[in-house]
Ligand binder design. Sequence first.
Ligand code: F6R
Length: 610
Amino acid sequence: MCGIVGYVGKRSCLPIILEGLRRLEYRGYDSAGITILEDGRLETRKKAGKVADLENIWKSTGGSATIGMGHTRWATHGEPNDRNAHPHHDCSGSIAVVHNGVIENYRALKIKLEKSGHLFSSETDTEVIAHLIEEFYEKTTDLAQAVRLTLRQLDGTYGIVVMSARDPEKLVAARKGSPLVVGYGEGESIVASDASALVEHTRDVTYLLDGQLAVVERATVTVKNLEDVEVEKAVEHITFDLEQIEKSGYEHFMLKEIHEQPETIRNAMRGRLLAADGEVKLGGLQDVMEKLVAAKRIILVGCGTSWHAGLVGEYMLEQIAKVPAEVEYASEFRYRNPLVSKDDVVFLISQSGETADTLAALREAKGKGATVLGIVNVVGSTIARESDGGVYVHAGPEIGVASTKAFTSQLTVLALISLMLARAKGMAKRDIVALAKELDAVPGKVKKILEDAKVVADIAREFKDARHFLYLGRGANFPVALEGALKLKEISYIHAEGYPAAEMKHGPIALIDEHMPVVFVAPKDAIYEKVISNLQEVKARRGRIIAVANDDDMEIQAMAEFVLRVPRTYGFFGPILNVIPLQLLSYYIAVARGTNVDQPRNLAKSVTVE
Ligand code: F6R
């Protein structure tokens, strides 16, 4: 959840590190810091606040340094202030460490180190790493060996980069549970927690695996395991463009990503959906197809927005493919000793592919013999690698902290899986072709919704001062209500709740008065009339109704104060369309309130701690 970037080469490292940190800032942004090696000494400057604040304190200095590293933080231990910002140092100031993750046994280690005379200057768990390396470096005089011995003392998770003034030409990087990628340039090497920080300089990279340690030098990168045995590096080529991680003229990444959805949804289907033949080809599931078809049940696991995608997926799998499905919060699943066996198939849904709880759920299910499959966006991420198979959603880099395009791509992939299973389980070809054609038409319909974004912006201004919001939907649109509420909470800080519309009268109805905005997701599907009854109940209590309704639904006009229009589609694909106006609504409300849309307070893009 924090960001790391380190550089060693021929060029001035500072601008490269600062630019890398800017690209990583979406991962954590409460403080930032940089260490460089200049005139044989480590020079560190760090600061609470944004990377822009850090840039100010480095102005016109450090230009000659060609090795250094930086960090942007999302606080876990110790408040976000200058002192707790990374990099952290040993007592002598000649060793510096940046760290993503959590060291669980840091208190015990700190007490021990303090007893032997080490002086600490922060409240972080990370600082123990620097002091431990100092201890071992005295004995071994080999930085990599000192890091290796240190790592053996640590419980918890880490992605670390270490540098030392006494070993001035190398960075030592190691990972356990927190991603790190090393990029190979011409006479230079870059290490980062996320490929977006280095893609500007090189596209040839190695993703470190858990338990690996890399010695990163200008011209060489050596990867070893913790037993000091060299391991073969898999060199991969990054295919996404720099353009994809830039704003392309949009005011915010979130808005850009909302508008990319016609394309990203299409990408999720590209080469996989042959609509006219009713065929779905998902290469990553081919080897497990027998298991999938025979599965007694499918369990969908994720967190946050990805969990909401799972809730919609449950409807798709049960109603289209007729397979019993269950949905679990990853954070609950891992701790309740779930009854999972080798007859189960577990799908882990994750944009980042690094969410700690989802990864732990994967390992829990795998340990119990289940087949584990990923529905993941970030290529090469840990969940993707540890799964028995899976499907990439191909949404491209998602930078806005609030997930938008990854969600609709996850839903598209779940729809594809459902169609593929339905076919394998004998659904008539005619019926599959009809559904496949509906799915194929979804990107065009999303485009049409986005053409009316301005209408949503006008409505948003009307509600910018609301203190609470209720989102209601039924069936597969109940998760859409949850997702709409989550988006609003995350970026505008307005309290919002999602509820199944019929549940409203069992409690939340008490909240309705003339000040309460209530968003109904009300497409013309099999339960439309039921939703309309719930809408009438709100209207009778003078709630302010915003309805997401189909283009041809004229009836609703008279009941709702505002109507957000979406085209019709097949019911279980409806959530892909219905969520779009809700993404826009939360975006424009946040803009009207002047919040930081792409970097909302307290949040991080990828939650790699428990
Ligand atoms: C919501 C959001 C989070 C993530 C959740 C899971 O906008 O971004 O709720 O959906 O943290 O993250 P991934 O999908 O990366 O596992």
